[in-house]
Design a protein around this ligand. Structure first.
Ligand SMILES: [Zn+2]
Ligand SMILES: [Zn+2]
Length: 263
């Protein structure tokens, strides 16, 4: 399925190190990514979930990206909430900002977080977002702290339209299995409330081979995470030390590659 829509994705090939085509969930047999020559793989921060004032965030995408650069990020996705409305006005604005923003070695992604939609409509909404130019589609999962429609996790994971399930909450074993089968990345969240589900999500993902990342779900620049703190979120969720680099660097790099070429 192509991404469609306007705008090209400014991902500089020199930063996309490592194997170029493996499906996200098939990476376990591959050698670890090389250190990139600078020995800084472990310190590169990738974040696939944040918001702007186009929905309930505090500031503009440009401001979020500048702060991400200051904190040593290699990539920050803006994923503003999309309910059931037309995604085009929001995506047009984000794509304009993306086009105007250029910092060497830093990747911008613009997309949506499908939120509170009837589960049966998630696939269709995600498709509309991609058609409007979304380079990443995430879904607002069944966090323990909000009344997300039951069945959202499963619909998101099974849709074949979604890259990442945000704060899945009380993830089930079946959902973790499906996430692996459908190459949907599961999120460990540093956000208050959403983070209550992290331990269970990490445990099942590790058991069943689903991939994990650590995201901020930042609604303002000061919610963005430094890499040291993201590491604490992963370890605190129960990710073993030997697996931390996979969660913080290798899976994010593969996810970034996949977003660059379209799901
Ligand atoms: Zn929000
Ligand atoms: Zn969010």
């Amino acid at each position: 399925m192509g991404r469609g829509g306007p705008g090209t994705l400014p991902i500089a090939p020199q930063v996309l190190r490592g194997p170029t085509g493996p499906a996200l969930a098939r990476g376990s047999a591959e050698p670890p990514f090389p250190g990139g020559g600078e020995g800084r793989t472990v310190d590169e921060r990738y974040d696939f979930h944040s918001h702007t004032f186009l929905t309930d965030g505090e500031t503009a995408a440009t401001d979020m990206w500048h702060q991400a650069v200051r904190l040593g990020h290699r990539a920050l996705a803006i994923t503003d909430h999309l309910y059931t409305e037309d995604p085009r006005p929001m995506m047009e604005r984000l794509l304009q900002e993306q086009k105007a923003f250029e910092v060497e070695g830093f990747h911008t992604l613009v997309g949506v977080e499908v939120s509170m939609a009837p589960p049966a409509r998630i696939a269709e909404i995600a498709r509309a977002a991609r058609k409007a130019g979304a380079q990443i589609v995430i879904v607002h999962g069944e966090t323990p702290v909000e009344p997300v429609p039951p069945g959202t996790n499963r619909a998101a994971i099974s849709s074949n339209e979604v890259d990442l399930l945000a704060h899945p909450g009380l993830l089930t074993e079946e959902e973790a299995r499906l996430a692996k089968a459908h190459d949907v990345v599961l999120e460990l969240s540093s956000r208050r409330g959403h983070s209550l589900g992290n331990g269970g999500v990490a445990k099942l993902a590790l058991q069943l081979g689903a991939e994990l990342v650590v995201d901020s779900d930042a609604h303002s620049p000061d919610h963005l995470l430094r890499q040291e703190f993201a590491r604490k979120v992963a370890l605190g969720a129960g990710v073993p030390l030997a697996h931390v680099q996979r969660v913080l660097t290798e899976t994010p790099q593969r996810l970034l590659q996949r977003c660059a070429r379209g799901r």
